[in-house]
Design a protein around this ligand. Structure first.
Ligand code: GTP
Ligand code: MG
Length: 199
């Protein structure tokens, strides 16, 4: 996979700390440990740009990454790695900070074009259904990704993706940050989000 020019810009906990919004933005959202930081790295062809961890709750801030255009046709944009929700072992006070932090980002950011919603192919719950609804209600674009498909035996992958599509009622792209599967399809969908007119 080709390496795109990408760089970390800043971390933020509240809108006053967000960088200037002069590039279209794509946010990566999903349950803690679902593989947001890993997918972001895999899409950019970098190993460790966004910090990945076995321990859920690694990403606790809103992290901004500037992605340069790969060619004349490719659009420069910002990728935003959001902290994951729903990890019970994180202190309650910290958890209570996360919801508002994610929501304030998603609500306040005028350059946000769309959300890449990640769901573990083996899990999908009410939280993900709610997020799909929330994103649609705000007129944002959505790309739904099933992560860690390498963990399902090959013969069960298509069904796993169909089950998730039925649950979320949107098309789902199967991805593995480990094997690189699904990266081209995910990029294609993200490019479409970037080209989408703002509503
Ligand atoms: P938080 O920042 O805590 O919200 O987590 P995150 O969603 O950013 O997850 P992260 O990318 O840190 O990955 C969590 C764990 O899942 C790490 O141990 C990764 O190596 C692993 N992982 C992520 N993507 C994949 C994948 O596609 N396949 C497999 N097998 N493991 C993965
Ligand atoms: Mg992370």
């Amino acid at each position: 996979m080709k390496t795109l020019k990408a760089e970390f810009v800043t971390s933020a906990t509240e809108p006053s700390q967000f960088p200037p919004g002069n590039l279209p933005e794509i946010a990566f959202a999903g349950r803690s440990n679902v593989g947001k930081s890993s997918l972001l790295n895999a899409l950019l062809g970098h190993k460790n740009l966004a910090r990945v961890s076995r321990t859920p709750g690694r990403t606790r801030l809103v992290n901004f990454f500037r992605v340069a255009a790969s060619d004349k046709k490719g659009a420069a944009c910002m990728f935003v790695d959001l902290p994951g929700y729903g990890y019970a072992k994180v202190a309650k006070a910290v958890q209570e900070q996360w919801g508002p932090m994610i929501e304030s980002y998603l609500s306040a950011r005028s350059v946000l074009r769309g959300v890449v919603l990640l769901t573990d192919v083996r899990r999908g719950e009410q939280d993900e259904i709610n997020l799909v609804r929330w994103v649609h209600e705000r007129g944002l674009g959505l790309v739904a990704v099933a992560t860690k498909i390498d963990k399902l035996p090959r013969g069960q992958r298509a069904q796993g993706i169909r089950d998730l599509e039925a649950l979320l009622a949107v098309p789902v792209i199967g991805c593995s940050a480990e094997t690189g599967e699904g990266m081209d399809a995910a990029w294609k969908a993200i490019r479409e989000l970037l080209l989408r007119p703002r509503v």
